[in-house]
Design a protein around this ligand. Structure first.
Ligand code: GZL
Length: 338
């Protein structure tokens, strides 16, 4: 079983392989990567998984051990321990929630297996080489600052918002909630309620059905922390006769900006969609290649993201003094999305 390149001895077959040009690496020479993925809860997750499977393929020189942890924290820790037993060369983790990681990361460290964190963050241990992902609080701040500018443009003086949050304790949920709430508090908005939809369509629908009963006629903004929750919330609002979108009674805000989410922006259902880029795998591979070359990767690598809406949603707004730009959703933008 291949271990760290640092201890690797260069064998005759490897030299022969190099001498006759690029040969498919033998099983011994593949870089063994274990990936403990959150689950399969959303379009975003599907794109994230595909990105990793495309990058860490055999033809690219990798042997990927992939575990879909189905949003189960215990199963995710178990998957990481199984990778240690398999003596993989690298472990990639997308942590379902941000805490409870130091023990198992210490086990990885003791086994001499570098860990790379992708997407969500680990907030109670730094025993990993790099994290590649998004600034979730910035996403939340962007949604809040955009809403402030949009409400001013529309002459909306009172904001009564309902939030359907992501999986409780996930750094994406924490950051988006904190960012949006910071702007709400600074502007005297009312956040009438915040309940988790667990980043799923069913969760979004269930929470929105309850909201339509409990807050009938009292809300003018719904914030869904991912597109799949927004899809469910739309079903619930349709069933309750609540209008939403640029021409409706309720401003619907979403996160992720997956292809289907942008289609709902173009269909004037979602008013603004704040992207979270799932295609981090190429940057994770860069970290692994740096480690293979004995280099020291950056501890944090941030993804580039955009904010989406239609012309009507284009307003000037800033985050911490930095001007932000809304990308107008067109068929071409949708075609190019993940
Ligand atoms: C965010 C990611 C979140 C997405 C959801 O980086 O972890 O999890 O926003 C996904 O769609 O379920």
């Amino acid at each position: 079983m291949r271990k760290s390149v640092f201890g690797a001895c260069v064998t005759v077959s490897m030299i022969a392989g190099l001498a006759v040009g690029c040969m498919t690496a033998s099983a011994d020479e593949l870089i063994n990567v274990g990936f403990a993925q959150v689950g399969h809860e959303s379009d975003w997750r599907t794109a994230s998984t595909k990105s990793c499977q495309d990058v860490f393929s055999e033809e690219n020189g990798y042997n990927l051990s992939f575990v879909d942890c189905d949003n189960d924290e215990a199963a995710q820790k178990e998957a990481v321990r199984s990778f240690i037993e398999q003596e993989v060369d690298y472990i990639i983790i997308d942590p379902i929630i941000a805490t409870g990681w130091d023990t198992v990361l210490t086990e990885c460290e003791d086994a001499g297996i570098p860990v790379i964190v992708i997407d969500r963050t680990i907030d109670d241990s730094d025993k990993y080489v790099s994290w590649v992902g998004s600034n979730f609080k910035t996403e939340g701040l962007a949604a809040g600052e955009w809403l402030k500018a949009y409400a001013e443009k529309k002459g909306i003086e009172e904001i009564n918002a309902l939030v359907i949050s992501g999986s409780t304790g996930a750094s994406a949920q924490i950051g988006r909630s904190d960012g949006f709430r910071e702007v709400a508090e600074a502007n005297g908005w009312n956040i009438l309620d915040e309940q988790t939809g667990d980043f799923t369509e069913a969760g979004g629908q269930e929470v929105m059905e309850s909201y339509c009963k409990s807050y009938e006629g009292k809300f003018n903004v719904v914030v869904c922390q991912n597109d799949n929750e927004a899809f469910g919330a739309m079903t619930a609002m349709d069933n309750a006769g609540v209008s939403y979108g640029p021409n409706g009674d309720v401003i619907l805000i979403s996160f992720d900006a997956c292809t289907a989410g942008l289609e709902d922006v173009k269909a004037e259902k979602i008013t603004a969609d704040f992207e979270c880029n799932p295609l981090a795998a190429p940057f994770v591979e860069e970290v692994i290649q740096q480690l293979e070359a004995g280099e020291e990767p950056e501890k944090e690598v941030y993804m580039v993201e955009h904010w989406y809406g239609l012309e009507d949603a284009v307003v000037d707004f800033e985050i911490d003094g930095e001007a932000q730009e809304m990308t107008v959703v067109t068929d071409e933008v949708i075609e190019a999305q993940y």
